[in-house]
Every structure is written in structure tokens, then in C-alpha cells.
Ligand binder design. Structure first.
Ligand code: S3P
Length: 433
């Protein structure tokens, strides 16, 4: 078979076994890059994300006047602008990264000047109205095309707001908090589901003060940030592919160390436990307010059971749902996913691609507007997978391919580099053939 540069063959595995250290968390790296770029002084980060998305954030901060020094592949030094960015005389390219575009828009709206944010074809289709609304309510001017990027911002002095996010979104929450940080008065963000709180923890590490309730964060601006040194925890959403792979093979054993275990991100461990996987967490410590530890996983002898992900769980697990759906046919009772309509506006329509690719592998699946029903007890065969250029789809179906009959061809496999360039090499290390 002819394999193109952007394709990858995945052969079935007999087992998944070994010990890995995952690259630094993408969400945390974005925030460290933005806050380090805005702060006064030089911040140093080790185990910084190696993904292309965080490189987009670093490049934007550099274009805005921060000094970025890549010391090695995963360590970076950032000298911040001390509160005032320099408007770039060209559009800021956010690449494939929704986090970059949505969060930087909040950082820029209170700054004097005009800024244009652009992205690739996928990012240019994603909804940006959700950041335009609060920032305009604060007094910035934002222009979109049909609700999408390019996003033009005319920034300046803003007024504080009390804002309730229309959909659970840590990116939107962060956007408003970054604007509030630089605005006179108290800005409050309220959310119906507690989304990942890396921004709150990072803001605190960089010296900002705010108050929190169960469902809100209030920040009194303006506040200055100081630099920090930090070790970025391993990315649990990248680990998800390996945790799910190990959960599929009775006799498996996988140890992942220095993994981020922030409770707003670690829901997958509960879901895998509910499915019957054996999980233990060791050596927990705190780094810049983020929890880090070692996770051991092995599969139950009788195989995985069944589960449902809906309500608040769907928002908390949003990045892990593609791989959960991709392994669902190998469970005994299947997996039901609902309240996950946001999956349709990620880097791709992840519900449509999960359905298409499970069917390509001979799987049975029912599609809903906000989720899927995947029955258990199925046997899948190798197939050609359309990743749609979406990193999480490419990796999710690489995991499904480990238990399929015959080889699977992943099209658009290079997209894994958006969050996890090391993925295929690490998969080869632990997949026993
Ligand atoms: C992210 C938040 C989530 C998630 C994305 C990263 C973040 O997006 O899907 O991969 O770093 O805040 P939403 O804010 O759109 O839910």
C-alpha cells in the first residue's frame, strides 16, 4: 500500500505496557505564555507544551512585544511587556488554536490600538460571537465575519461587567478575566458548570488576586503581574489516549508520571474507573497551585463495562469524548454521550467524524445532535480514517485501531502535532505487537 506523508498505518496490538512521561499541558502552557508575555520580568517554563497550538500563542505574544527565547524543544523563557503590548503591524496568526484566539482577544481588548486575529480554515469556521458579546459589553469594538474570524479588535479603556457564560467554556471565562484584570473595577464571570480553572490558578501564581464562589470568579482590576518560573504538568487530555488504550487490554499496565491532575480536568479517571479499569494515583504534589502525580492504569480481566456521559460531565470531559466514543465498541455495554453539542464546533464536527469513522470500521453507532450512542460488544475492522485534520480524531481512532482486525490508515495523521507531536512515537513504544 502507498503511504502518503500525512498518513499513518496503525497495526493491531496484543497489549499496551510501559511507562511514559507526557508532554506539558496545552491549556496551562497557553496561559503561562499569555500571562508571562503580559507580566513584568522574565518567566521560565520547563516541560512547556510541544504542540503547534502553544507555538501559535508564543508567536502572537512575540508579535505583541514579548521576548520569547526557546531554550530547548520544551523549555522557554518569556520576557513580558510589563502590562502594555505593542500593536503588531500585521494580523496575529492563531493557527488552528481556538484557545489562542479567544483568550488573547480578552488580553487585547483593554489595550490601546487595533489588532486583527486570524486563523487557519478550521479556526476560521469556529464561533467567535461568544467572545465578541462580553468584550463589546465592556466597551471594546470587535468585528467578525458571519460570527467567525478574522476578528478585528479596537481596544481601549473598558468598563467592568458581570457576565454569565452562555455555554460552559473556559476559553470565554478566561477571555473575560483577562479583560477584567486590566479594567478599573470588579469584573465577575459566572458559569453554570465549573470549567477548567487553569486561568484562575495561573493568575494567582503570577500574583493576581480574585475571589471565587462555587460558580463565579470576580477580579478587581487593574492589577500588575510578576514573572514566575514553572514546570508544566503533563497533559491529561494527551494522556487520555494512552489511558484508554491501556484500558482495552486485559494484562495491560501503564504508568504515566508528572501528569496534571487538576480536579477540573481529571474526570476521565472517574469515568475509566466506572468502566471497570484499575487506576491508582501516587506521588501527588502541587506546582504553582496545579496538582501533579503519577497515574497507573490496567484493564479489568473481564473487559470494560458501560457508562453514560451527560450533563456537567460532558463539558468537563469535552476533549476526551472522541477517544471514549472510539473505544466504546470494545466495552461490554456501550457508552452513551449526551449534552455534548459543543463537539460539533471544535477543530472539526467531532460528532460527525466519530460517527463516520466508527462506521468505516464496521461499527454500529447512533448519532444525535448532542452526542452518540455506541453499543458495546462489537468487533471493528481496520479502515481508512478521515481525521478531518483534527488532532483528537486522528489520535482517538489510532487507539481504536489497536483492537481492530487488520490495519488502519489514519489520514491527516500529522494533525496530532497540534497538541501532541510525540503521539505516534510514544504509541509505538507501549503498543506490543
Ligand atoms: C480549553 C477549553 C476547552 C477545550 C479546549 C481547551 C482551554 O474549550 O475544548 O481544548 O484551554 O481553556 P472551550 O472553552 O471552548 O470549552
Amino acid at each position: 500500500m502507498h503511504i502518503a506523508a500525512h498518513e499513518r498505518i496503525i497495526r493491531p496490538a496484543r497489549n499496551v505496557f510501559g511507562s511514559l512521561r507526557l508532554p506539558g499541558d496545552k491549556s496551562i502552557s497557553h496561559r503561562y505564555a499569555m500571562l508571562g508575555g503580559l507580566a513584568e520580568g522574565t518567566s521560565r517554563f520547563t516541560k512547556f507544551s510541544t504542540g503547534a497550538d502553544c507555538a501559535s500563542t508564543l508567536a502572537c505574544m512575540e508579535a505583541l512585544g514579548a521576548k520569547v527565547n526557546r531554550i530547548s524543544e520544551n523549555s522557554v523563557e518569556i520576557t513580558g511587556v510589563g502590562g502594555r503590548v505593542t500593536p503588531a503591524n500585521h494580523p496575529l496568526d492563531c493557527g488552528n488554536s481556538g484557545s489562542t484566539m479567544r483568550m488573547i482577544s480578552g488580553l487585547l481588548a483593554p489595550q490601546e490600538g487595533s489588532f486583527t486575529l486570524i486563523g487557519d480554515a478550521s479556526l476560521s469556521r469556529r464561533p467567535m460571537e461568544r467572545v465578541r458579546k462580553p468584550l463589546e459589553a465592556m466597551g471594546a469594538r470587535l468585528t467578525l465575519t458571519d460570527g467567525h474570524a478574522p476578528l478585528a479588535i479596537v481596544g481601549g479603556t473598558l468598563r467592568p461587567i458581570d457576565f454569565t457564560t452562555p455555554v460552559p467554556s473556559a476559553q470565554v471565562k478566561t477571555c473575560v478575566l483577562l479583560a477584567g484584570l486590566q479594567t478599573d473595577g470588579t469584573t465577575t464571570v459566572r458559569e453554570s458548570v465549573r470549567t477548567r480553572d487553569h486561568s484562575e490558578l495561573a493568575l494567582r501564581a503570577f500574583g493576581a488576586k480574585f475571589t471565587r464562589t462555587v460558580d463565579s470568579v470576580s477580579i478587581a482590576g487593574p492589577q500588575a503581574l510578576h514573572s514566575i518560573d514553572g514546570d508544566v504538568p503533563g497533559d491529561i487530555s494527551s494522556a487520555a489516549f494512552f489511558l484508554c488504550a491501556a484500558a482495552l487490554f486485559p494484562g495491560s499496565g501503564l504508568v504515566l508520571d508528572s501528569l496534571g491532575l487538576n480536579p477540573t480536568r481529571a474526570t476521565l479517571l472517574d469515568v475509566l474507573t466506572a468502566l471497570g479499569a484499575h487506576i491508582s494515583v501516587l506521588n501527588i504534589e502541587e506546582k504553582n497551585a496545579e496538582l501533579v502525580g503519577t497515574v497507573q492504569v490496567s484493564a479489568p480481566a473481564e473487559g470494560l463495562g458501560s457508562t453514560e456521559v451527560s450533563g456537567p460531565l460532558a463539558a468537563q470531559l469535552i476533549d476526551e469524548l472522541p477517544v471514549l466514543a472510539a473505544i466504546a465498541p470494545y466495552t461490554s455495554g456501550g457508552i452513551r454521550i449526551r449534552d455534548a453539542g459543543e463537539l460539533r464546533v471544535k477543530e472539526s464536527d467531532r460528532i460527525a467524524l466519530v460517527v463516520k469513522n466508527l462506521r468505516a470500521m464496521g461499527g454500529e453507532v447512533a448519532e444525535f445532535e448532542d452526542g452518540v450512542d455506541v453499543p458495546g460488544g462489537q468487533t471493528l475492522h481496520g479502515a481508512t480514517i478521515d481525521s478531518g485534520g483534527d488532532h483528537r480524531i486522528a489520535m482517538a481512532f489510532s487507539v481504536a485501531a489497536l483492537r481492530a482486525e487488520g490495519e488502519t490508515l489514519i489520514q491527516g495523521a500529522e494533525s496530532a502535532a497540534i497538541s501532541f507531536p510525540e503521539f505516534f512515537d510514544l504509541l509505538d513504544l507501549v503498543a506490543e505487537r
